[in-house]
Design a protein around this ligand. Sequence first.
Ligand code: AMP
Length: 215
Amino acid sequence: MRIVLVGPPGAGKGTQAAYLAKNLDIPHISTGDLFRANISQGTALGVEAQSYMKAGQLVPDSVTIGMAQDRMEQSDAVNGFLLDGFPRNLAQAEALDEILKEGGVQLDAVLDLEVPEDEVVKRIAGRRICRNDSSHVFHAIYNAPAAEGVCDVCGGELYQREDDSEETVRKRLEVYHTETEPIIDYYRAQGLVVTISALGKVDEVTAKAMDALKK
Ligand code: AMP
């Protein structure tokens, strides 16, 4: 299956993507994670991406599309993938269409995670992520780890993303509304969009998402 996951920052895309990719046996491709890996390795791409990410802006398409395409062309992705955070604007959606067309394949679904804006801000402000694995996500209040700052799953260090500050979150939400939301209509016109509420427990949302994807 080839799936695109969309939703505002804090909708739980990363968390859901990890579970869904495992259930569907396809790789989870997160452009945000690819950028963060480049930043921690100090690559030229990471250096370029960092200032945009810190400001809550989109990294330019000239950098992002090639990086996403390289990842989609790796051997583990031949039978499908779950894209998390890509495409994030219309130009990227059109580029993805071209990449898929060249490969003679198509998207199966675009899963749209809906969550109210006040919930987004609450979720992100308390979000803590494991340095070893970005799918190990906690919340300082709603899903606190047993020991502060330590991942319950693997013992890794928990940290707050640099772009999770309130000011940057507001910018990211604005960018989501102006740049990313239009892709939902773009895909709706292709009959690909399934929308589910991202409120509720993680496993309940995963179950709803799996049901929606089966249909
Ligand atoms: P995420 O981990 O998906 O929340 O992404 C974190 C940040 O990485 C975003 O706020 C952007 O600055 C950058 N980013 C991730 N994916 C993309 C993309 N498809 N296009 C442009 N910038 C992106």
